[in-house]
Write a new protein. Structure first.
Length: 377
């Protein structure tokens, strides 16, 4: 199915909250690009996020680009970029690659022996990983009433699904949002809002539970991919956001001597009750390995808290079969983190491992809010 994607870059940070929406990406899909004096690396990173592909940009691919095209297939945009900039931009082995020479692929390095048995998937399978996930089941118990819902989040879509806690018209509603998926482990990260505030991570045989008490009675939630019967497939119910929230983050390396190099520092504008994603490429100076950090966040409907997952990614060659493999290290879910201007809050940590040689810590610096005057009561 063909669809229209509009891409406009007015700044160099590749922050794509809306790029993950809609059906699975097809390189024949038409996009509109309107950019001026943008760095080729930033544009390629943005296009990679749009296509849900890992990105490699050779160090020699340094130039700026001004481009205006309308309703052009994604794959043809790559050809135009290559012709106009002298940088060969192409899809290769499941990656979006940019280099000056057609023979100069920023090759994946040989995976260290200690990581050769770490969880991974072939690079060619990264794009379709989310589409292979099954539906999951949510069972709620509230005020003596038990109900069950079968929930599906199609690849590329992150809707919020509303789950009434009972058949009563006045029953509270639990809003369920899948805001990120780890393609390697199949773990999905779920934000709960409305009747309960919290974050769950589920995948495979893992069962996640959470309990709370609201003004109308105790509430418990169980989420699992194991079938629960009988369960109904719930429909999506969308409501207009009430405010825009701007969040500022900084992620940096951590070592024995304290804070180190900054690996990403996104400032994200997101509507309350929705999700956003940011990506940043990072070259390890010690090994030359190209890595990527991906931030996924959900902002609560009232704009008072944010759920965050930071994932480090890397592509390595396994010398045992010569294949290129995709490794990920998602941060542990901290739960509900308040979004406050101060003090600063640590919202994600990643230990050193296959995807990052040094530990990473992400801090939420603060927020700003803008309320739509038409939405004021």
């Amino acid at each position: 199915m063909r669809r229209m994607v509009v891409l406009v870059l007015f700044f160099v940070s590749a922050l794509l909250g809306a790029a993950d929406a809609g059906p699975a990406f097809d390189p024949r899909d038409k996009i509109t690009v309107d950019i001026k004096d943008a760095k080729i690396a930033d544009l390629v990173t943005t296009l990679g996020a749009l296509a849900n592909m890992p990105v490699y940009v050779d160090p020699d691919a340094v130039t700026t680009v001004t481009l205006q095209v309308e309703d052009m297939p994604f794959e043809d945009v790559l050809k135009v970029l290559s012709k106009n900039t002298g940088v060969w931009v192409r899809i290769e082995n499941g990656k979006l690659v940019a280099s000056r020479s057609k023979d100069s692929l920023f090759a994946a390095l040989t995976v260290p022996e200690r990581f050769r048995d770490a969880p991974r998937i072939p690079v060619s399978e990264v794009r379709g990983a989310a589409s292979r996930l099954p539906a999951f089941f949510l069972r709620t118990r509230w005020n003596g009433t038990e109900s069950c819902a079968r929930l599906e989040f199609p690849e590329g879509e992150r809707p919020t699904i509303s789950v009434p806690l009972s058949e009563e018209a006045s029953a509270p509603i639990l809003y369920v949002t899948q805001f990120d998926v780890d393609p390697v482990s199949g773990t999905r990260f779920i934000a709960l809002d409305g009747a309960m505030s919290g974050v769950l991570s589920i995948g495979g045989q893992k069962v996640a539970t959470r309990a709370a008490r609201d003004t109308s009675g105790p509430l418990s939630v169980l989420a699992t991919e194991k079938p629960l019967e009988p369960c109904q497939l719930r429909s999506v119910r969308e409501e207009p956001p009430r405010r825009d929230v701007t969040l500022a983050f900084v992620a940096r390396e951590r070592g024995p001597e304290g804070p180190g190099e900054i690996v990403m520092a996104p400032q994200l504008s997101v509507a309350a009750g929705t999700t956003v994603k940011a990506r940043a490429g990072h070259k390890d100076d010690a090994t030359g390995q190209q890595r990527e950090f991906v931030l996924a966040a959900y902002v609560s409907r009232d704009g008072s808290w944010v759920a965050v997952v930071l994932t480090a990614t890397a592509i390595w060659i396994d010398p045992r079969d010569g294949g290129e493999y995709y490794f990920t290290q998602p941060s542990a879910v901290f739960g509900v983190e308040p979004v406050s201007i101060g003090p600063r809050s640590v919202v994600a940590t990643i230990p050193s491992g296959a995807a990052t040689p040094r530990a990473i810590e992400m801090t939420l610096l603060g927020r700003e809010e803008k309320t739509d005057p038409q939405q004021k009561q």
